[in-house]
Design a protein around this ligand. Structure first.
Ligand SMILES: N[C@@H](CCC(=O)N[C@@H](CS)C(=O)NCC(=O)O)C(=O)O
Length: 215
């Protein structure tokens, strides 16, 4: 059976689980405790020498980097989540990369400084918070406008681009990032969060954080 190595607090890991859930691929979810340093253990470094989650093992075929894993799973199932036609695929790649490299990255920097730095008693980088909130003020209107044209990022069917953005936005409440003025994003997000592929992981990212903090 497919093995997915991840953590409930890791958006890239959750993106992989959302994808496997949607595709109906059964998997064993192996939780890696980052606080305990399990990602640096010699057994895990054999799977991903970069010591990062997520990673997967599909009958001995090992892969890491969440984007590569999601594409592999969708390709394996020949799913429209990652379309085969090259121009359709290019548009999915465009929104997928924008969601990962710009929106998701900015959210994760704000999350890190507003939540995890304090938990780990590390220095909070106020400049990074300010800079990334400014980036988000530029990026959210682009996404909102796009979602005003179609139900999903690339048309009337959701794809890996939507799953990527959804996972990237998961921490916004606990990172105190307000998206209420972006009505199309809010509607799109609320709709996807009701779907089985999402609720099979959890109802809210915040719940997972509370559980982790109480351990
Ligand atoms: N680009 C990678 C990012 C993976 C990543 O940064 N994972 C974090 C958890 S969200 C991690 O493993 N952190 C542990 C570390 O960097 O030591 C992906 O999409 O898979």
């Amino acid at each position: 059976m497919l093995k997915i190595y991840g953590s409930d607090l890791s958006s890239p890991s959750n993106k992989v689980r959302f994808t496997a859930n949607y595709l109906g691929i059964p998997y064993e979810y192996i939780k890696i405790n980052l606080r305990a340093g399990e990602h640096q253990a010699p057994e895990f470094l054999k799977i991903n020498p970069a010591g990062k989650i997520p990673a997967m093992d599909d009958g001995g075929f090992i892969l890491w980097e969440s984007g590569a894993i999601c594409k592999y799973l969708a390709n394996k199932q020949k799913s429209d989540l990652y379309p085969g036609e090259f121009k359709e695929r290019a548009i999915v790649d465009q929104w997928l990369d924008f969601s990962t490299l710009h929106v998701g990255m900015a959210v994760s920097r704000v999350l890190y400084n507003r939540v995890f730095a304090a938990m780990r008693k590390e220095e909070v980088d106020e400049r990074s918070i300010k800079e990334n909130l400014k980036f988000l003020e530029r990026f959210f209107p682009v996404v909102d406008q796009q979602l005003g044209k179609n139900a999903y990022l690339t048309g009337n069917k959701w794809t890996l681009a939507d799953i990527t953005l959804l996972a990237g936005l998961d921490p916004i409440e606990i990172a105190h990032i307000d998206i209420s003025s972006y009505k199309n994003i809010v509607k799109w997000r609320n709709g996807l969060k009701q779907k089985d592929f999402y609720t099979k992981c959890y109802k809210e990212y915040g719940e997972a954080l509370k559980q982790a903090a109480s351990r």
